[in-house]
Design a protein around this ligand. Structure first.
Ligand code: URA
Length: 251
């Protein structure tokens, strides 16, 4: 039940209870007027249910992109210049999922084109992959103000688009860049460090979790050397699995 409707019902009950506790045999007129007002509110809420994504069942990739472009399911739609649907191969073995578009992505309508994008391109090249061979997207398709972490309700509103992208593009491997995408897909609150290091099953696909490039860019010195080592370990794991899947598909 919608939480606003629930609250309205609780308000009505507490008016009845209040009257009973006061020893009244009848609900006072002022209470009745309040109850009628609440009833009208409930009726209004029922007529304008909370917005959710319309059925994505028989939608193809182009239609999905159009739906994302027109999406107004959450507040982020009000501040965006462009939606960032994602780009790359339409038959990728590997899909990369980041958190949300940043300033540059919002301007260009393309994923990972800012500083973290440059690093991501280098990370891919280090394991012999070009951007056009994979599909790159994020959980959230609109930029949050000042690049803040997306809120729970924003993730909930946008996640069906990502799930449909996964279904349509059918990647065998998914690399989650950072904790936000990993937690959204794996339905967990676990820390990034506990999610790294092994593959997670996702409806028969494999998910690997690594650091978001923007996180790597925050550090210097020995912390950066340590993080780079860990990220390189993740990338090598990914590369081995990618090549294994590619060989199986070719034979
Ligand atoms: N960070 C993300 O998570 N996604 C982008 O598209 C860009 C930066």
């Amino acid at each position: 039940m919608d939480s606003q409707v629930k609250k309205a019902i609780i308000d009505v009950i507490s008016l009845f209870k209040g009257a009973k506790e006061a020893g009244l045999k009848q609900v006072p007129r002022t209470h009745l007027e309040k109850i009628i007002r609440i009833e009208k509110e409930i009726e209004k809420l029922r007529k304008s249910p909370k917005k959710t994504a319309t059925s994505l069942e028989s939608v193809d990739l182009l239609t999905l992109e159009e739906m994302v472009r027109k999406c107004t399911l959450c507040e982020l739609s009000k501040g965006r210049k462009n939606t960032v649907f994602g780009e790359g191969s339409n038959h990728p073995i590997l899909m990369l999922v980041g958190e949300a578009p940043g300033r540059e992505e919002d301007i260009q309508g393309r994923p990972f084109v800012g500083r973290s994008g440059e690093l991501l391109t280098k990370m891919l090249r280090a394991i012999g992959l070009e951007r056009k061979e994979v599909f790159i997207t994020s959980v959230i398709k609109c930029r949050p103000p000042r690049n803040r972490t997306p809120r729970k309700e924003e993730i909930e509103a946008c996640l069906p688009y990502l799930l449909k992208q996964i279904e349509l593009l059918d990647p065998k491997l998914i690399l989650c860049l950072g904790a936000t995408s990993a937690r959204a897909l794996l339905k967990t609150e676990s820390s990034l460090s506990s999610l790294r290091g092994s593959f997670h099953d996702f409806d028969g696909r494999k998910i690997l979790v690594t650091y978001h490039p923007a996180y790597l860019l925050r550090f210097g010195g020995s912390r950066l050397i340590d993080l780079k080592k860990q990220a390189w370990h993740d990338l090598q794991m990914l590369q081995r699995e990618y090549e294994k899947i590619k060989m199986e598909m070719e034979n």
